[in-house]
Design a protein around this ligand. Structure first.
Ligand SMILES: NC(=O)c1ccc[n+]([C@@H]2O[C@H](COP(=O)([O-])OP(=O)(O)OC[C@H]3O[C@@H](n4cnc5c(N)ncnc54)[C@H](O)[C@@H]3O)[C@@H](O)[C@H]2O)c1
Ligand SMILES: O=P(O)(O)OC[C@@H](O)[C@@H](O)[C@H](O)[C@H](O)CO
Length: 500
């Protein structure tokens, strides 16, 4: 028997299913919207929405249901899937030994596709019941300069949204217009909770939203800056892109017909600053760590997990692997990643309360190696210009300042430059998915004649091209990648590690 989330469950009591899937055991009617989430992709559905579902199962948080909002044209597919299923979807947790857990998540009680009716979204945001607006809009969504950290006021979509009376199209236009409406109605502002992999994501969100608001009206900008709370967070759960195989698995092994299930690893972590003037759900009851200062956790995660993902991505792809678990099953790749973590990323970290960093790093390599998750290197190789400058370049800068090692970080950047040439070691094309691909691919191709061409991009690398120690290490790897290929280059890098 197959349970169709689009028909069987809507409006029906979630009891009596013969299937081995946990259904929401709570009554979904009457759950109020207290959170509006912008950017409902895989991650939100595997993480925050799960936490709220957990609270609902405990009989809590009935005023904290989530209204998901898609802002970009590409979100029409999520609208079609979720609206057909009354917001329900299956979350499958994949254990390394092949075991699966599955539950149908019921916390997304509404989904709005903003281009369908911007006014409905604005009024949902401005509604007094909305007390938290959360975001997973990707690193690129914040529209700030990688080096200066400043909001790019020249982006055409931003300029258009800042015009008086504009119908919003960007996240900035929506959030700021809604805040302006609340202010004019004497309503307190909602809390803006960023859940993106951006260092200092709360402060970054404050900067970009208040700068945008000031373009409309300087007084509004000052009010957004001072009156709106922007708690920072560290979020962690590897959530790959859903595939057709995942849909088949959900249908065949679990008996659920789901237009867009989500799959994730078992690990879940969320460390959150406790700054919610209008209140919040009791997230701690769902395993969330509420702390005063999130920064040490963020740095640990972005520099050990996310930067290591980039260490695996291009070397792995050029070595012929297509999945993260395949790449780290190769002892040379695993040794390289661990060396990078130990010798270059770790020295830049502050002590992290309650965390044994050695154990954390060991767990990370195990998580990358989970064969059931099937996280693709293609996902990790995408949009690098929003990732390496944010997660890895700061490591290089700090190590240069302190006289620490930088060979592996330089090698990771060189592996990106080699990958960005758009042709692999067998001469097969590589599809470079990056908002700057049109600029980066020709630059990378020119590096056979002009080896530092790729580095001459201050928006991505600042002045690294003027740092002789960095450039020497970078050129060593790039030359080796061209001469002997990715795997032999990694072997040499690992063999050259002190202590090996
Ligand atoms: N996937 C993971 O393993 C993971 C883990 C931790 C954190 N995250 C964070 O979550 C983000 C999203 O990841 P995902 O796996 O859900 O990706 P996804 O591609 O499934 O979803 C991304 C969502 O963001 C929206 N979006 C993208 N750019 C936007 C913009 N400029 N303005 C407004 N909306 C925009 C998209 O329309 C989509 O709804 C990541 O970039 C990262 O910051 C992801
Ligand atoms: O999704 P992004 O763009 O932030 O980065 C790619 C991965 O490194 C990231 O998604 C990790 O899987 C995630 O941060 C694990 O919690």
């Amino acid at each position: 028997m197959t349970l169709d989330l689009g028909t069987a469950l809507v409006g029906a009591p979630f009891v009596g299913t013969p299937l081995d899937v946990e259904l929401p055991p709570y009554d979904r009617s009457g759950i109020g919207v207290g959170i509006v989430h912008l950017g409902v992709g895989g991650f939100h559905r595997a993480h925050q929405a799960l936490a709220v579902d957990e609270l609902l199962r405990r009989g809590e948080a009935r005023e904290w249901g989530i209204c998901g909002v898609g802002l970009l044209p590409g979100d029409a597919a999520m609208r079609d899937a979720l609206q057909a299923q009354d917001g329900l979807y299956t979350l499958v947790t994949k254990h390394p030994d092949g075991r699966l857990d599955a539950r149908v998540v019921g916390s997304l009680v509404e989904y709005l596709f903003a281009p369908d009716d911007p006014e409905v979204v604005l009024e949902r945001l401005a509604d007094p019941a909305t007390r938290i607006v959360s975001l997973t809009i990707t690193e690129g969504g914040y529209n700030f300069d990688q080096v200066t950290g400043e909001f790019d006021v020249t982006a055409p979509a931003v300029v258009a949204d800042a015009r008086p009376g504009a119908v919003p199209a960007t996240v900035f236009g929506y959030v700021v217009e809604a805040l302006a409406r609340r202010r004019s109605r004497d309503l307190p502002p909602f809390t803006v909770m960023s859940c993106d992999n951006v260092q200092g994501n709360g402060e970054k969100a404050r900067t970009v939203f208040s700068t945008f608001a000031a373009l409309r009206d300087p007084e509004l900008g000052a009010w957004v800056h001072d009156a709106v709370a922007f708690p920072s967070s560290m979020v962690d759960r590897i959530t790959p892109v859903t595939t057709d195989e995942d849909r088949d698995l959900v249908r065949e092994r679990l008996g659920v017909e789901d237009r867009w299930p989500v799959v994730a690893e078992p690990f879940f972590q969320w460390v959150l600053e406790d700054r919610f003037p209008l209140g919040r759900p009791r997230f701690e009851d769902a395993g969330v760590q509420l702390v005063e200062d999130v920064e040490p956790y963020e740095l640990m995660k972005l520099r050990l997990l996310n930067a290591s993902h980039q260490a695996i991505a291009y070397f792995g792809w050029l070595s012929g692997y297509r999945y993260a678990h395949e790449a780290v099953a190769d002892p040379v790749v695993a040794a390289f990643v661990r060396d990078f973590m130990d010798r270059e990323a770790t020295p830049t970290l502050r002590p992290v309360p309650g965390v044994d960093l050695d154990a954390y790093k060991t767990t990370l390599v195990e998580r990358f190696g989970n064969p059931a998750v099937r996280d693709t290197l293609a996902r990790l190789c995408a949009e690098t210009s929003d990732r390496i400058p944010k997660w890895l370049v700061p490591v290089v800068r700090e190590q240069l300042r302190s006289g620490g090692e930088i060979a592996r970080s330089a090698a990771i950047i060189a592996s990106w430059a080699r990958y960005a040439e758009g042709v692999d070691e067998q001469g097969e094309p590589i599809q470079v998915v990056d908002r700057l691909a049109d600029e980066l691919v020709p630059l990378a191709r020119s590096q056979r004649d002009d080896p530092v061409a790729f580095l001459r991009n201050p928006a991505l690398f600042g002045s690294l091209v003027d740092e002789p120690r960095f450039v020497e290490a970078y050129l060593d790897t790039l030359g080796s990648l061209h001469r002997v290929g990715a795997h032999a280059t990694l072997e040499a890098l690992v063999g050259a590690s002190p202590g090996k």
